[in-house]
Ligand binder design. Structure first.
Ligand code: GCO
Ligand code: MG
Length: 408
């Protein structure tokens, strides 16, 4: 069996999805997601200029060797652009394998460990009142877990994950349009004063059974993160996400000495080498990698297995920046993984997105049910794709009030 051609599409409804389609000599094709949020043209270019010309003529069934060929063969290993591009190839090759076997991918991993996989919704409000409305909305929809992000009184601008208007509280989609980023201003002291007791109020509002998560989005220094984690201990958070910037992995030691709050990290990691020490030293409780950003199914499955040895559960990234192809790859891993934890689910399926990526993966009662179709179980409608084109975007840049640059 041989790969005969491959093409890359960039564009989509409200997001620039980077979609790879690999064709073979056997009337079977595979699909993969290479969307690197706000830098989408870069993995697309890497695929087109270097990777696809090498793929032609390869046997698509040898997905492991093809992964190693690109990873080791590049010499400059890792990095988000390369790993997103390899991730798309790897997803597409697994899609082909599943179609050849006539099995959904989770069967090739070892079958189902559960029927529905728990997801969390993103509740947001510019103040506590709006946030409580947003939380109630998702709980009424049947979600068992919500991540809560609240505007901070006196904070000069809204910060990560906080809606700017009441209209967003049920469907939060970030708009990062433009090459020039918007500037956010951050104030750690205000955040540290307001957020802990706000989390207490949220716990009182939802009762003991709803799982509550919170994303600090890399904003605190190690000592601040330790103090914050200690203060929110009684809230019973399901997880505290990215309390410190993930580059400094030792930072979490201090937090661990002061608190037992479960920590989730990893959405910016792109390889096992970014998280093996965090996992082996048991400094985290949830690993947040995404199948797209971390080199595809082959590589992420290795991370999941390592995590399982150290009681670390999965909590794959699922921001709307990932296409339904990445979410499908994660749905198959979630169905299988013995150490599954939770899945972020911020894609609130729009009719346009469903038309571009038809599938039978479905959500009900706060759980995600994986499709039984062979392979990834998602198709790609090229006629629909022709409607969209690329629009440049950038993540916000964060400064302190005196102008010092901070972490988004
Ligand atoms: C999350 C994330 C995202 C990121 C975004 C960056 O937990 O969902 O923090 O919202 O900010 O995906 O590209
Ligand atoms: Mg996050």
């Amino acid at each position: 069996m041989k790969i005969t051609s491959a093409k890359v599409f960039v564009g989509g409804p409200a997001k620039n999805y980077v979609t790879l389609k690999i064709m073979t000599d056997q009337d079977i094709y595979g699909l993969g997601d290479a969307t690197l949020n706000n830098r989408e043209t870069l993995p697309a270019q890497y695929l087109t200029d270097y990777l696809i010309p090498n793929l032609i003529g390869m046997d698509p069934r040898n997905s492991e060797d093809i992964w190693q060929f690109f990873f080791k063969g590049a010499y400059f290993k890792r990095g988000p652009i390369a790993m997103a591009a390899f991730g798309a190839i790897d997803m597409a090759l697994w899609d082909i394998k599943g179609k050849l076997a006539n099995m959904p991918l989770y069967q090739l991993f070892g079958g189902k460990s559960r029927e529905g996989a728990m997801v969390y919704a993103h509740a947001t409000g510019s103040d506590l009142e709006d946030l409580l409305d947003s939380i109630s909305y998702f709980v009424e929809q049947g979600y068992k877990a919500v991540r809560v992000q609240c505007g901070i009184p006196g904070m000069p601008t809204a910060s990560y994950g906080v809606s700017e208007s009441k209209a967003d509280v049920k469907n939060y989609i970030t708009n990062f349009s433009g090459v020039k980023p918007k500037i956010e201003v951050w104030d750690t002291e205000r955040y540290m004063r307001y957020m802990p007791h706000t989390l207490e109020r949220i716990r009182e509002h939802v009762g003991p059974d709803i799982k509550v998560l919170h994303d600090v989005h890399h904003r605190l220094r190690p000592r601040e993160a330790a103090a914050f984690a200690k203060q929110v201990e009684s809230v019973g958070l399901f997880w505290l996400e990215d309390p410190t910037p993930a580059d400094d992995q030792d930072a979490l030691k201090l937090l661990r000495q002061h608190s037992t709050v479960p920590v989730a990290i990893g959405e910016v990691f792109n390889s096992i080498w970014d998280c093996n020490k965090l996992i082996e030293n048991e400094l985290i409780d949830f690993i947040r990698v995404a199948v797209t950003y971390a080199g595809g199914i082959t590589h992420v499955k290795r991370i999941v297995d390592l995590a399982g040895l150290h009681h670390v559960r999965t909590g794959f990234h699922g921001a709307p920046s990932h296409s339904p192809l990445c979410m499908a790859a994660q749905a198959h891993l979630n169905a299988w993984a013995p150490n599954f934890g939770i899945q972020e689910y911020l894609i609130l399926g729009t009719p346009e997105c469903d038309a571009l990526f038809p599938s039978e993966h479905r959500m009900a009662g706060g759980l995600m049910y994986v499709s039984d179709a062979p392979g990834l179980g998602v198709d790609f409608n090229e006629t629909e794709a022709a409607r969209y084109s690329y629009t440049a975007g950038s993540h916000p840049v964060v400064r302190l009030e005196d102008g010092t640059l901070w972490n988004y």
